[in-house]
Design a protein around this ligand. Structure first.
Ligand code: SF4
Ligand code: SF4
Length: 396
């Protein structure tokens, strides 16, 4: 199967072998739509309005055929809110029928008991319900009024339908790090699995990152908590914290273009779900040769698969654990790829940020913010005494 190590790689450390890239991505995210009925302040794709150029049902079915031919093991479907597409469940069924497993992320607002029953009947479909606070006040300040109740109802519906092991997906923020135990209890209560991932300054997250990102002390708490709870999934997103000492489970590798990539709603292929920017666009599934040609031949991916060139981190004693951190986090804060991660646990990122000229961070783009944004999101939202004026999730 495509995700196994090629025979010639036997004997090399796995992370090193994966760094060269594989015949197909291990972690392929497919955002089906920019449309969303929420407007979370940290949405990595700045979703809200559908894009008129989004892939048609016929085109999306063509993409599924491409993925099946490439023997992609599974696809992470997201958005926007993917379930608002009328053909959503038909596309999921087409994936499963062709042997491509599906994990999809949802804000839970459309997860009726009927739909939960239908999903619980499939061994090849997994669901991630996004939740960013263990109580309504914390969650709704980020995801919007009523979003906590909707996510809890979705979790209750999935549990009642007998869907064991679905995911409760939390983006770690300054406001919710103190709630990690409560999140775990909530997930266990629903026979679900907790997934905690890192906030990146992508999409609307670029505007809210400074207010939402965990403090250095919270990073240390998070590292200790994750070490004590190896059953919690992280999508390998906290490897920069491994520099604190004991390594977290995972590859400890930026997989962009190597084992990770994204297909956006209009069919463009990017190196990583957190890198929706022309700089990281590798091609389109609509180009001749389709997704396989982009994955195989894109000059961008070829460059990302090269060994890391020298960087400011090369002399760091924790480099093997952290490898300089997240490419997307650096890019969207204006740091070059050779700089330390902006959240470097030794403070080198803060120093690099402080040395940047004003306006060094790239424009995250206009995105797809909702035009008729819900009233509550037009009001400033108060978080820890900080006024935010943004209006939705920083997943996968
Ligand atoms: S750019 Fe960041 S989020 Fe994307 S694969 Fe690399 S480390 Fe992960
Ligand atoms: S200096 Fe670089 S490699 Fe060392 S901990 Fe910081 S980001 Fe990681």
């Amino acid at each position: 199967m495509t995700f196994l190590r090629p025979r010639r790689e036997a004997g090399r450390p796995l992370a090193e072998a994966l760094a060269d890239g594989l015949g197909a991505p291990i972690c392929l995210t497919w955002e089906l739509t920019y449309g969303c009925n929420l407007a979370c302040v940290h949405c990595l794709s700045s979703s809200g309005r559908r894009d008129p150029r989004e892939l048609s049902t016929e085109q999306a079915l063509g993409v599924i055929e491409q993925l099946a031919a490439l023997r992609v093991f599974y696809v992470n479907i997201g958005g926007g809110e993917p379930t608002i597409r009328r053909d959503f469940y038909d596309l999921v069924e087409a994936c499963v029928t062709q042997g491509v497993g599906v994990k999809f992320s949802t804000n839970g607002t459309t997860m009726t008991p009927d739909r939960a029953e239908r999903l619980a009947g499939s061994d090849y479909v997994d669901v991630q319900v996004s939740l960013d606070g263990a109580d309504a006040a914390t969650n709704d300040a980020i995801r919007g009024p009523g979003s906590y109740a909707a996510a809890r109802q979705a979790m209750a519906n999935l549990a009642a339908a007998g869907m064991v092991g679905f995911k409760v997906s939390v983006v770690a923020t300054r406001q919710n790090v103190a709630q990690l135990d409560a999140f775990l209890a909530l997930a266990e209560e629903h026979r679900a699995q907790l997934r905690v991932t890192r906030l990146r300054p992508s999409g609307r997250g670029a505007r809210s990152w400074a207010e939402l990102r965990p403090t250095p002390e919270q990073q240390r708490i998070l590292h200790r908590w994750l070490l004590a709870h190896p059953e919690v999934l992280t999508g390998d997103s906290f490897f920069h914290l491994s520099a604190l000492g004991a390594p977290l489970a995972g590859l400890n590798l930026c997989g962009a273009g190597r084992v990770v990539c994204l297909i956006d709603p209009v069919g463009d292929v990017y190196a990583c779900p957190f890198a929706l920017h022309p700089e990281f666009r590798a091609g389109s599934v609509l180009d001749p040769g389709g997704f396989a040609a982009v994955w195989r031949d894109s000059p961008l991916f070829a460059r990302l698969r090269q060994p890391d060139a020298g960087s400011a981190c090369s002399a760091c004693g924790a480099y093997e654990a952290c490898r300089g951190g997240c490419m997307a986090a650096k890019f969207f804060t204006g740091l070059p790829a050779s700089a330390p991660d902006p959240e470097c646990v030794f403070g080198h990122g803060e120093a690099a940020l402080a040395a940047l000229p004003a306006g060094a961070a790239p424009d995250p783009g206009p995105g797809h913010d909702p035009m008729g944004r819900p009233r509550a999101f037009r009001q400033p939202v108060r978080l820890s005494g900080v006024r935010l004026t943004g209006g939705a999730a920083n997943r996968p």
